[in-house]
Design a protein around this ligand. Structure first.
Ligand code: GLU
Length: 295
């Protein structure tokens, strides 16, 4: 386990290093500079979920609304910005659905499985790590991005430099996330669970908790917004493989999602989506990850 962690820590750290360099992680609502995605007109087998969605001409996609660079939307913006919504637009376009016909549904971590199970959304693209437990109750295809869990602390705090310093510290994370589980089970921290990471950041700024933990890609977005007060410390200490969630009754969506991601990796649209969002902080998209085969 340690070897696997160390290997991933090195890879993730290398990929994320440049993201810390400058301030704009793509948190504004200006989606004008995001890549155009060409809507396709293709034929799906009758009776498949793809054919139904194409026929409906609209799709509901669950994303985060409070994670700069990944999924972010203010109350006045028409649509969210970030890497996850860009992946959502690529997926919708393959179903013949225009970006304007996507219904974006705010989906916090603990709502992701229930929203897929009860049909509140058709897909979840929300910093959603692929795990065996989640795959028991919903579909997850991908990954389309790999990051690792890290720590956000106050800029003037030198007492926390990595997960081994968390023993006895109060650490904020989100209910229903892999992050809260890891920090609680493996590092002896006292967890404080909230619905969103932005609430955790408020708790950190108020001195109510000592650290916030989740994926480095998410934390770097918050640190970039407030670099005088917040910093990301230490090496990433988990492997988080972001997948696209789909309803458990539609297994045919797995191959469709994998085809869509493969095409996006090959035609440059995945890289363009990254560069317009998370990459704005200076990070490199790197090589696309290898996709899990569908069962
Ligand atoms: N990627 C982790 C997860 O899926 C943490 C981030 C999140 O909660 O969205 O649980």
């Amino acid at each position: 386990m340690k070897t696997r962690r160390t290997r991933w820590a090195a890879l993730v750290a290398a990929g994320l290093l440049a993201l810390t360099a400058c301030g704009d992680a793509g948190s504004d609502d200006d989606t004008g500079d995001t890549p155009e995605v060409e809507v396709e007109d293709r034929e799906f087998e009758a009776g498949t979920r793809m054919a139904e969605l194409q026929e409906a001409g609209s799709v509901k996609i669950g994303v985060k609304f409070d994670q700069p660079g990944i999924g972010f939307k203010t109350a006045t913006a028409d649509a969210p910005s970030g890497f996850d919504p860009e992946i959502g637009k690529i997926l919708a376009a393959k179903l013949g659905i225009e970006a304007d016909d996507i219904e974006w549904v705010e989906t916090v971590s603990a709502n992701r499985e229930p929203f897929l199970q009860n049909g509140t959304v058709d897909f979840v693209i929300a910093s959603y790590s692929i795990t065996d437990d989640r795959r028991k109750v919903v579909g997850q295809a991908g990954p389309y991005y790999v990051t690792g869990q890290s720590l956000l602390v106050r800029a003037d705090d030198d007492s926390i430099n990595g997960p081994d310093d968390l023993d006895g510290k109060k650490v904020c994370s989100v209910t229903g996330s892999t992050s809260i589980k890891t920090v609680e089970e493996e590092y002896g921290a006292t967890p404080a669970g909230f619905d969103t990471y932005s609430e955790c950041v408020r708790q950190l700024e108020n001195d109510s908790v000592d650290a916030v933990t989740t994926d480095a890609a998410i934390l770097l977005g918050y640190a970039a917004e407030n670099p005088d007060e917040l910093k990301v410390v230490g090496e990433p200490f988990s492997e988080e493989r972001y997948g696209i969630g789909y309803g458990p009754d539609h297994p045919e969506l797995c191959e469709f999602i994998n085809e869509t991601l493969t095409e996006a990796f090959e035609d440059g649209s995945w890289k363009a989506a990254f560069d317009a969002t998370l990459g704005k902080g200076g990070g490199e998209a790197g090589d696309p990850p290898a996709l899990d085969p569908c069962e």
